[in-house]
Design a protein around this ligand. Structure first.
Ligand code: ADP
Ligand code: MG
Length: 683
């Protein structure tokens, strides 16, 4: 049986009742399979004795000792037991805070096994954080590496170890390999049952590491196999591509006030080549904030329109969708392209005719938000789906729009570049195009860090820029006052800045709780320059393009994530004007936040920042949001296991290539895996 098929409830183990089961449930453990894949987060080394006299900060004591005295100190509720012990090296003291019961379980004269951190204090070798038990003759005082698990209230390491050991004894041997025998042999991996035992109870460091590699490799291999199969399935699809001359695109390029950067031209060629092939396109376009992805998407759209197809361009916020619609109207309507704009807030009266126009093919390009995949929205022949700021959408949402189409081409765009290790994991079936350079004439934003208390200087600097005709953003983490945190909020700060700091300028307020038409009014006024200073939440994080805005002040900058800050900062520096970003941070700032602000201060390169972000946060969070349940990585870490990932990918792809019928007569295991595992369908 495959490991994940061990669906027996944990209660099927001896001594597991409802109370214990519910504690396990809090760890996400309901079945035997989930128990056995609750892999250790670390290990404790008990493979050698460390006598009492040889403790260090890093090296805990592990020794057999004699109980020589029970002493008590303190009074009443504070009365505390002190157990004096001696091994061959020294005498020491165990301080039993809140553990008076140790008087009975570690009786005078008994030989006990002690494990714990010791310190030298008050002339004695002491420990208050120790484990100790009477040593039973015949039991091994050197059990080697012991697993350490993540726990929940009321569960101890010892209890969980026992449980997992029991589960391994009862079910472990039945676990079958999920890699072919050839592959296991070729890579000298452990058999699955063996790896499973060894990951929990390794007999040596080397065994532990081989077990980990074996399990991680299997995971990565299956992940990549799913990806390889999806690519294969796509290759078997075929789309009719009418030959075209690219007239519409050329006409747009002629009308642009600028020419494409070399990187823009390069990615456009890659996209166009995809769109001329019989297989549907599946491409991720990554380019830093302000690198000019929108125009590339519009040029791709024109290629589809020239073939008589429909295009849907989806953005995560109404603000951004509206901005794209305005850009498209300016650039494409003169070419005779029929555009539509669809969001959840379209007037009831307009919606039916709009939907009808879409379904009858009277619209060439529709721009909008999540509303684009509402159940009642039907397309006539949707052949290109563009998803802007794709990381803001879930797999299901991207899929929902994709399914509205007729084997559509897919172009996903992101300004949050994904490090290669993650890209191969999350987007392993997408081709990737990157725009690395910014349009000419841009000057990198100058970033300053300012500690809370120095705002006056910052406000004054902003004043000087605004008086020269530039516009400014102020960003705050909260919309209104909150009881929990003493944070500045947009509402109070907008009033304060307008009254006390900038009485001669016009200020606007923008946050998610305003009505859509209020948001639009404010935004339009800012675009037209009627508002000089926009006070906002991170609502403006994605997309918004206002070249005259040249300064941004982010207060409580420590509250924002690295990629959010980078995106926010990307709202300025979009013209030839030198732009400035002020990150104002509070006194109470954590270590990770310091790292984030430092990274931001020293780099404006989104690719470098993405790598940095991954280092600071680890891949868990990034993967977590994007992974689907069926293929969650439990032990592999794409970053740490990058080499393993690359070879798993190569081997999975060559396996699929060997037998593109998708049925592997030579690899019975994979056929079974594929048959009983729904591979998630990322469009
Ligand atoms: P992003 O990649 O962040 O979506 P946009 O597509 O919004 O960036 O482009 C940012 C700004 O740069 C827009 O004002 C756009 O008109 C401008 N732009 C795009 N390409 C070029 C270019 N080749 N030369 C000059 N300006 C450009
Ligand atoms: Mg954009």
């Amino acid at each position: 049986m495959f490991l994940r098929e061990l669906k027996q409830p944990v209660e099927s183990l001896r001594n597991v009742g409802p109370a214990l089961a519910s504690k396990l449930g809090r760890l996400g453990i309901g079945t035997i399979a989930e128990l056995l894949t609750h892999y250790p987060r670390d290990y404790e080394d008990r493979s050698a004795f460390v006598p009492l006299s040889r403790f260090t900060d890093k090296n805990p004591v592990h020794t057999l000792a004699q109980v020589v005295a029970h002493e008590w100190f303190g009074y009443g509720a504070m009365r505390t037991l002190k157990i004096r012990v001696r091994d061959e090296s020294s005498e020491a003291v165990l301080l039993c805070f809140n553990r008076p019961f140790l008087e009975k379980s570690l009786p005078l004269g008994s030989r006990i096994l002690i494990h714990g951190k010791f310190q030298f204090r008050y002339g004695e070798i002491q420990s208050s954080a120790f484990e100790a038990e009477v040593h039973r003759e015949g039991s091994d005082p050197l059990p080697g590496l012991l697993p350490l698990y993540s726990l929940t209230g009321g569960l101890t390491q010892t209890a969980l170890r026992k449980l997992i050991r029991r589960a391994l004894e009862m079910y472990g041997r039945r676990v079958e390999n999920e890699l072919s025998p050839e592959l296991i042999a070729a890579r000298a991996l452990m058999a699955k049952a063996e790896a499973l035992r060894a990951i929990h109870f390794p007999s040596s460091e080397a065994e532990k590491s081989l077990a980990r590699t074996s399990l991680a490799y299997e995971e990565l291999f299956h992940f990549q196999l799913g990806i390889a199969l999806r690519i294969q399935a796509r290759k078997l699809q075929s789309v009719e591509r009418k030959p075209i001359q690219g007239i519409l695109g050329r006409r747009l390029l002629e009308r642009l006030p600028f020419s494409l950067t070399p990187d823009q031209s390069k990615v456009l060629e890659e996209i166009q080549a995809d769109m001329d092939r019989p297989q549907p396109m599946a491409r991720l376009l990554q380019g830093d904030v302000g690198s000019g992805k929108t125009i590339v998407a519009l040029l791709a759209a024109l290629r589809a329109v020239e073939r008589g197809s429909q295009v849907a361009i989806m953005a995560p916020t109404e603000l951004l969708a509206r901005q794209h619609a305005a850009t498209a109207a300016k650039l494409l309507e003169p070419l005779g392209i029929r555009l539509a704009f669809l969001t959840g807030n379209v007037d009831d009266a307009f919606r039916p005719p709009l939907l009808k126009a879409l379904s009858s093919g009277e619209v060439d390009i529709v721009l909008g938000t999540h509303a684009l995949f509402s159940p009642d929205v039907l397309y006539r022949n949707l052949r290109l789906v563009v998803i802007d700021e794709q990381h803001r959408f879930g797999v299901a949402q991207r899929g929902a729009l994709y399914k509205k189409g007729d084997i559509p081409d897919l172009l996903m765009m992101t300004a949050t570049p994904i490090p290669r290790s993650l890209a191969l994991t999350l987007f392993g079936d997408l081709a990737v195009s990157s725009i690395r350079s910014l349009p000419p004439g841009r000057r990198p934003v100058i970033t300053h860090l300012a500690k809370e208390g120095n705002e006056a200087k910052v406000y004054k600097f902003v004043d000087s820029l605004v008086s020269q005709g530039r516009q400014a953003f102020f960003v705050y983490p909260l919309i209104e006052e909150s009881e929990k945190a003493e944070l500045k909020n947009v509402q109070n700060m907008a009033a304060f800045l307008a009254k006390k700091i900038y009485p001669r300028y016009t200020l606007g307020l923008l946050h998610s709780r305003l009505k859509e038409d209020e948001k639009r009014e404010v935004m339009d006024a800012f675009i037209e320059g009627k508002i000089q200073i926009l006070v906002a939440t991170s609502l403006i994080e994605v997309g918004v393009d206002i070249p005259n805005a040249a300064v941004m002040v982010i207060e409580h900058a420590e509250r924002f994530g690295l990629s959010a800050l980078h995106q926010l900062r990307g709202r300025i520096g979009r013209s030839g004007h030198q732009s400035y970003c002020f990150l104002v941070y509070s006194k109470e700032i954590g270590e990770e936040a310091v790292q984030r602000l430092k990274a931001l201060y020293s780099s404006t390169d989104g690719f470098a920042l993405a790598e940095e972000d991954l280092k600071i946060r680890g891949p868990g969070e990034l993967l977590g949001t994007a992974q689907s349940g069926a293929l969650r990585l439990l032990i592999a870490d794409p970053l740490r296991d990058f080499e393993l990932l690359k070879s798993a990918r190569a081997e999975a792809f060559s396996l699929v290539k060997e037998d593109p019928s998708l049925l592997f007569p030579a690899h019975e295991v994979y056929r079974r895996i594929i048959e009983n595992k729904a591979t998630p369908r990322e469009p």
